[in-house]
Design a protein around this ligand. Structure first.
Ligand code: GUN
Length: 278
């Protein structure tokens, strides 16, 4: 049985460290404020936004909620972002995605000041990441790096395969692993002979959005397996992109779902909020 990589515990450690840092900042008269913008009432977004607000409260970051109706115009949303860009007491701006179809998501992301882009989605943040300049890191991939490091898994020189090429996970994950001196392959839906590629991986990161798609046949004996997926199985239980039971027999270490990558995303968002003051 593989070592379980405990995202719940590791995210708790990070939040405790951040809480102490925020207390020290407050003692110097510095307060951090995150503006959380939500459009409409998508149930999943409501859960995520609520968890982000709770994490802020726990760490000592002030969160300001902006709840806009589903029918809000793109212009009104852009005007709010512009106001927050110029607001001196707001350090970070988060616009919860997805946005309704009548709003251009890319336009909204580009409107956020790169200095307040705590999601790390702005093209300036993405560019900084790829050329190795300091900047805000995309939260889920940054969380995965922390999971590996804090579990004592070295990345330097390892063969890493990422399955999935999204802007939020796959691509920034590749940049961060490169920064840690790994050899990186990104596989995706057009990749030929996926099993052959994934079986090369010392560290396999799966973000394809297909329930329990990666079974033991895709995994090398002793590999480290990181599962970014989140689904419900036939019994309504949470599960990931990886068939956990059989893969955990073959892997040396694996993240569970829930309690693996999920809690790390919010911890790293909190880290980015604190980063605005460092
Ligand atoms: N929707 C799903 N994940 C995220 C995230 O990390 N940030 C934002 N802003 N929206 C999301």
């Amino acid at each position: 049985m593989a070592q379980l990589i405990d995202g719940k515990q590791i995210s708790k450690e990070i939040k405790e460290e951040l809480k102490a840092e925020v207390e020290a900042l407050r003692a110097m008269g510095k307060e951090i404020c995150l503006a959380v913008v939500q459009v409409g009432q998508d149930p999943a977004s409501c859960v995520y936004v609520n968890n982000k607000k709770k994490a802020c409260a726990y760490i000592g970051i002030r969160s300001e909620a902006y709840e806009l109706p589903e029918a809000v115009s793109e212009g009104e949303l852009l005007a709010l972002v512009e106001k927050l860009n110029h607001s001196e007491h707001v350090n970070g701006i988060l616009v919860q995605l997805p946005l309704p179809a009548h709003i251009d998501e890319d336009k909204v992301i580009r409107a956020i000041s790169p200095d307040k882009d705590v999601d790390g989605f702005h093209p300036v943040s993405v560019g900084r990441l790829w050329i190795g300049e300091p900047g805000f890191l995309s939260c889920t991939p940054a969380g995965i790096i922390q999971l590996l490091k804090r579990s004592g898994i070295s990345i330097d020189g390892k063969e890493c395969v990422i399955v999935g090429r999204s802007n939020i996970v796959g691509k920034p994950m590749a940049a961060l692993l490169l920064r840690e001196h790994a050899t990186v392959t990104i596989a995706h839906s057009h990749t030929k002979d996926l099993r052959k590629i994934t079986k090369r991986a010392d560290i396999l990161i799966v973000a394809i959005g297909k329930r329990q798609f990666i079974d033991a046949e895709y995994v090398k004996e002793g590999a480290v397996v990181i599962d970014v997926g989140m689904h419900r199985d036939e019994n309504n239980k949470l599960c990931g992109d990886v068939a956990f039971d059989e893969v955990s027999e073959k892997a040396s270490a694996i993240t569970p779902v829930p309690g693996g990558v999920g809690p790390m995303t919010i911890a790293m968002l909190m880290n980015n909020c604190v980063e605005t003051m460092r």
